[in-house]
Design a protein around this ligand. Structure first.
Ligand SMILES: [Zn+2]
Length: 369
């Protein structure tokens, strides 16, 4: 039986139908918990338990990731029952010898001098607007680019992702996709890099976001979604125009050799104005360079042009702020960051100024005659 039978079908497939293998069933002696099919996409609302103490040959992080894929009925059961259930899934579907052991253990903890180029490290250590300005370019307002990752780190991470994907393919563990738009790539948080990526956000991205994106929650980032996307032949080719589900997005090119794949930016917009026209000054095309990062607001509309040859892999870290999201619900005017709100506000000010002028002139006219 393949895992496919256990995974929720993407569209319209009747419950339990699977691919003809029937539903994944528990041995009859065990209590049943209703529908036991795994979710195709992780339940991101659900906060999984920690399984550091679980004695098994699997990385405890796998249990936490897998918990997000459990059917709703399984989320309520005692932790031990969850562990048992997940152990069975893992044991059944992971062939001997094909288990996902980290290739490069050093990636799972953040080692600043091994990960980052010295200029980036110094800027973050100095932690002032001036130190950041020294390393950042701002080719268009709100889009910052800078040299960030060491080539050796990019190589290790690429290797690790490849290893992870081999394992995913070997076990047909098709439950991890980076987001709703990319088919190729992997969620880094799902294979144990969550702690490292959280540190990356808290200690290296937050200090910059605090200075350059305070109006979109840049000073209160508190969660992340980290993933890699792959473009090229037999992968995703391009990415349509969209906004990210983040307050601040870090997009770093890891390699390899490629041509094309430029990012195009088209201005920052709030929910209401997401489809409004682009102003000429908002247009920017950016070509990726391995090791180089782009940092922008999640609401900065963008897309990726076709990668015309080779293979391009980028790491993305969507940084979020729950405080900002909560506050946003009560706001109507986003002129501090939405290009269109800003234009509307200026237009209202222009009109009210014109009306005041008119009233004043009329008043003058009346008293003079
Ligand atoms: Zn707006």
């Amino acid at each position: 039986m393949s895992l496919d039978g256990a995974v929720e079908r993407r569209e319209g497939s009747p419950a339990g139908n699977g691919n003809g293998n029937g539903p994944v069933m528990a041995p009859p002696t065990r209590p049943t918990y209703g529908d036991r099919r795994l979710r195709l996409n992780p339940n991101t609302e659900h906060k999984p338990e920690r399984y550091d103490d679980v004695q098994s040959e699997f990385d405890p992080a796998i249990f936490s990731s897998l918990e997000r894929h459990l059917p709703p009925s399984m989320l309520e059961v005692p932790r031990d029952a969850k562990v048992q259930f997940m152990k069975e899934i893992l044991a059944r579907y992971l062939p001997e010898g094909e288990r996902n052991r980290p290739l490069h253990k050093e990636l799972y903890d953040l080692h600043p001098s091994a990960f980052f180029v010295p200029s980036f490290l110094k800027a973050v250590n100095d932690n002032t607007e001036e130190s950041f300005r020294k390393i950042l370019s701002e080719p268009s307002p709100g889009i910052y680019t800078f040299a960030m990752l060491q080539p050796s780190f990019c190589e290790l991470l690429l290797d690790e992702v490849e290893n992870f994907e081999k394992w995913v393919n070997a076990v047909k563990f098709k439950i991890m996709r980076p987001n709703t738009m990319n088919k190729y790539g992997a969620v880094l948080d799902d294979f144990g890099l969550e702690t490292m990526l959280n540190k990356l956000m808290e200690e290296f991205i937050s200090p910059i976001a605090r200075v350059f994106f305070p109006e979109v929650g840049g000073s209160t980032l508190d969660s992340h979604h980290g993933f890699v996307v792959e473009y090229g032949k037999d992968k995703d080719v391009e990415l349509g125009f969209h906004v990210d589900d983040s307050e601040v997005t870090l997009n770093v090119c890891l390699g390899k050799d490629f041509s094309g794949g430029e990012l195009f930016f088209r201005g920052v917009r709030c929910d209401k104005h997401v489809n409004t026209e682009t102003q000429p000054e908002e247009i920017l095309d950016y070509s990726h360079v391995p090791g180089q990062a782009v940092l922008h607001r999640g609401r900065h509309r963008h897309g990726a042009r076709p990668t015309t040859s080779g293979h391009r892999i980028n790491m993305l870290l969507w940084c979020r702020s729950s405080v900002f999201r909560e506050m946003k619900k009560y706001q109507k005017d986003f002129s501090s960051w939405c290009g269109e709100c800003q234009r509307e506000k200026k237009e209202r000010q222009r009109q009210s100024l014109a009306a005041t002028k008119m009233a004043f002139l009329k008043g003058c006219g009346g008293s003079n005659i």
